[in-house]
Structures are given as structure tokens and as C-alpha cells.
Design a binder for this molecule. Structure first.
Ligand code: FAD
Length: 415
């Protein structure tokens, strides 16, 4: 049995590890296209603040992990797949036969259509090469413009600011993290950042970037310009599916998979940022593009590659957790609420506290919070369990902070 895994990120590496556990005699090939050993993008912010070195980003720390587990690692882009013949082609035109194939090729940052986006000094913050370039330019006192205040933008914001730079964030939408939190919470986060001397421009677009002397000049759609030594873009990602042209695999926002993470082609599975998998609690199929989902996908896809339809993917919970200068914000599931649902909201502007619970019938279906760190595990547990809240629903509507009691009462049956 030859298992091929394309993509050496968290989904691909977890899958290979699971394949080896479940299929001791199989041949396993892991194919990436980056020069470094498989690493975690999530660790890049820690690299930027020099909390770790590059080796600290590696997904498996011991040098011999892959050899010990008899996983052949190749660094070579896969250029096409032929499902009928069960063959993949590499960019060298070499081919490899597979019995089961996993596509875990992740996503790539979207390049906003802005003139000057390819100038030197304009970077994504997506891979280790980007991190090196940013570390070279983002020296204390440098003016940095960050385009995009979504989840990834806000993660980068934290580490950039810790490097002692002068930071301006430009966000087209009306608030920070618009796909993670509502206006009240986004506004609170913005005020917090401003109190830390970060300039946040919402409802503002970038219309162009030009070279100006040794630096850059960023034109805004309100007519202003910003001088910058470094511009970083974080305006969303798109799944890496280009090489699948001609493979006739069903693709929507990402590669469509069933409840076993198998694609529309037999013996081809997909996992991680590239896959449009089941969402918990909606039951719909979405691209979540977060690492916990990638790892969960990788593990389940691998189990089903070894033994067909052995493990059902019941859905991953979409969740985002941010630490912005010590202010922790989080969002889970259907944080924006559901039609006909109820909600409970608590807002304390002065103490930067916010808690928003969303109910669908008798269940908690989503939540967002700022400043309530002690409730993060409980929120996840309540949403994932889909436990009927019974009398606890009204109690939570009256006082949303009683989450722990509600969890113990409804999920653990202790009250
Ligand atoms: C700065 C930063 C911070 C982040 N922080 C968080 C966080 O705090 N929490 C969180 O949940 N998520 C975070 N993320 C997102 C998280 O990193 C991704 O969701 C995760 O990496 C997805 O894993 P993956 O294995 O699906 O894809 P990836 O990690 O993208 O790995 C896919 C690999 O496949 C390779 N590949 C692509 N095409 C081919 C091909 N044709 N042939 C061979 N190889 C190919 C890619 O180069 C890549 O190495 C962060 C991302 C960034 C950039």
C-alpha cells in the first residue's frame, strides 16, 4: 500500500503520523514545496518576537522523526493528478503511483489588486521566507503599514508592535476582525489597540503603493498618504487547488469532501485549509482555515485512508482566539447568531469586557468574548456537546457569566 500526502503542513504531517500508527507496513510519501522541514505557520509570530528560533517552528522537533517513522519526505511541487491512473506528476515531470492520496496543500494569501503590491518592502506574512524579510525590515522605529485587520492581520499586529515599530493598520471594513466579532467587540479591540499607540484606520482602503526614496508611500482612498519602511498585507487566503485542473475533483470554496474527508474521486482525500469540510454546529460544509481543524482533518482522513469509512468526521468547530497585548478575544461557531435565536450580551467598556452568547433553540450555537479567558474551554465544550440547556438557558440569558455552572449542569449533569 502506498499512501501519498501532498502538503507538508499540520494536516499533512498529522496524517502521515496517523498513517504510520495505523498501517505499520505501508509506504508513506510526504511531498511539500517549501525548502524548510515541515513547520507551523502559527509559530511565525513567536519567531518574529524572537521567542523561538526557526527550528522552534518545526512541526516535529526531533531530526530523525520522519526517518524513524519511515516517512519519505520530498520537497517538490506536485503539478497534476491523474485519478483514473492513480498517478501524480511532479514539476520535474517525474511521476509517482499511489493507492491512497491525501491533498493537504493549504492556502495562499490573496494579493489585493493594488498598484505597487509587488514592490520590494511589501510582504505577506505567510511563510518563513516572509518572516525573515519582515524581521530584517521591522526594526525599532520603522513605520509599518499593515493592510487587513482580520484574524491573521491581528495575530501579526501583536508581534509587529512588540518589535518596537510604529504601526498603522488599514482595514476596509467598519471594524477589526469583522469575520470574528460584531461591531461592539471590534470597537472595543480597536480602542484597546489605540491605547497601546497603534493607529487603526477602519472603513479605509489602500489605493496604491509607490516607491519614495528608500521607503514606500501608501495612498489611502480617503486621499491621505502614509510613509512606510515596510508594508504587510493580510487580506485573506485562497485554497491551493490550481494544480488540480483536469483532475475533475469537485471544488467549491475548497475541495469538497464527504463525512470521511474523501473527495468526489475514490481513494483521494483532502484535509486542512484546502478542504471544505463539515462545520460544527451548522452541519454545513465550509473552509475554516485554522490549524486545529487542519490537524483534526489530517487524523481522520488518514484513518479512512487505511480503513475505508472507519471514522466519521462529525464537524470541526470554527474558533479563533487572539491575544492582543494581553487582551484575549475569542469567537466560536455561529457567533453572529441564527435566525429566530436568542442572545445574551454583556459589555463593560471601561474594563474591556465583552461576552456574547448565541442560542439556537435550547442549545448554545456560538459565542464571542473579550477579556473572559476563564470561559474559553467551557464555551467550546458547551457548543460542541450540543447539550440541551434546559433551565440553564434562562439563567444564562439573565447572567451570561454563569457559563461554568451551566456546563457542569447541562453537559456533566451535576445540577
Ligand atoms: C502568521 C500566521 C499565524 C497563524 N496563527 C494561527 C493561529 O493562531 N491559530 C490557528 O488556528 N491558525 C493560525 N494560522 C493558520 C494556520 O497556520 C493554517 O490554518 C494551517 O497552517 C493550515 O494547515 P494545512 O496543513 O492545511 O496547510 P499549510 O500549513 O498551508 O501547509 C500546506 C503545505 O502544502 C504545500 N503545498 C501547496 N501546494 C503544493 C503542491 N502543489 N505540491 C506540494 N506542496 C504543496 C504548501 O507550500 C505548504 O507547505 C496562522 C497562519 C499564519 C500565516
Amino acid at each position: 500500500m502506498h499512501h501519498i500526502v501532498i502538503g507538508a503542513g499540520p494536516a499533512g504531517v498529522t496524517a502521515c503520523e496517523t498513517l504510520r500508527d495505523l498501517d505499520p507496513s505501508a509506504r508513506i510519501t510526504l511531498i511539500g514545496d517549501e525548502p524548510e522541514p515541515p513547520y507551523s505557520r502559527m509559530a511565525i509570530p513567536y519567531l518574529l518576537v524572537e521567542q523561538i528560533d526557526e527550528s522552534g517552528t518545526y512541526l516535529r522537533r526531533s531530526n530523525d522523526f520522519y526517518a524513524r517513522n519511515r516517512i519519505d519526505v520530498m520537497s517538490m511541487p506536485v503539478s497534476s493528478i491523474n485519478p483514473a491512473d492513480k498517478v501524480i506528476s511532479l514539476s520535474t515531470h517525474d511521476t509517482l503511483d499511489y493507492d491512497r492520496l491525501l491533498i493537504a496543500t493549504g492556502s495562499t494569501p490573496v494579493q489585493p489588486p493594488i498598484s505597487g503590491i509587488n514592490l520590494p518592502g511589501v510582504h505577506n506574512c505567510w511563510n518563513l521566507a516572509d518572516a525573515r524579510a519582515i524581521a530584517t525590515r521591522a526594526t525599532p522605529g520603522t513605520r509599518v503599514v499593515l493592510i487587513g485587520a482580520g484574524f491573521i492581520g491581528c495575530i501579526i499586529l501583536e508581534s509587529l508592535h512588540k518589535r518596537g515599530i510604529e504601526l498603522t493598520v488599514v482595514e476596509r471594513e467598519d471594524r477589526m476582525v469583522p469575520r470574528m466579532m460584531d461591531e461592539a467587540a471590534g470597537g472595543l479591540l480597536k480602542r484597546w489597540c489605540e491605547s497601546k499607540d497603534i493607529t487603526i484606520l477602519t472603513r479605509t482602503g489602500v489605493s496604491g503603493i509607490e516607491q519614495e526614496g528608500a521607503g514606500l508611500s501608501v495612498s489611502l482612498d480617503n486621499g491621505d498618504t502614509l510613509a512606510a519602511g515596510l508594508v504587510i498585507t493580510a487580506t485573506g487566503v485562497q485554497p491551493n487547488t490550481g494544480f488540480l485542473q483536469g483532475a475533475d475533483i469537485d471544488i467549491d470554496q475548497g475541495i469538497l469532501v464527504d463525512n470521511y474527508l474523501e473527495t468526489s474521486k475514490a481513494d483521494i482525500f483532502a484535509a486542512g485549509d484546502v478542504a471544505q469540510g463539515r462545520d460544527h454546529p451548522t452541519g454545513g460544509f465550509v473552509v475554516q482555515a485554522i490549524q486545529p481543524t487542519a490537524v483534526e482533518h489530517g487524523r481522520i482522513a488518514a484513518a479512512n485512508m487505511v480503513k475505508a469509512r472507519s471514522v466519521v468526521h462529525r464537524g470541526s468547530l470554527n474558533m479563533n482566539i487572539l491575544d492582543t497585548h494581553g487582551l484575549i478575544s475569542s469567537s466560536f461557531g455561529q457567533w453572529m447568531g441564527v435566525e429566530g435565536g436568542d442572545s445574551a450580551v454583556l459589555l463593560d467598556q471601561d474594563r474591556y469586557l465583552y461576552l456574547n452568547l448565541q442560542f439556537g433553540g435550547d442549545h448554545l450555537v456560538g459565542a464571542s468574548s473579550i477579556g473572559y479567558t476563564q470561559h474559553i474551554g467551557v464555551l467550546r465544550g458547551l457548543i460542541c456537546s450540543r447539550a440541551p440547556l434546559g433551565a440553564w438557558k434562562q439563567r444564562l440569558l439573565d447572567d451570561p457569566t454563569r457559563l461554568m455552572e451551566a456546563y457542569l449542569g447541562s453537559v456533566q449533569g451535576l445540577a
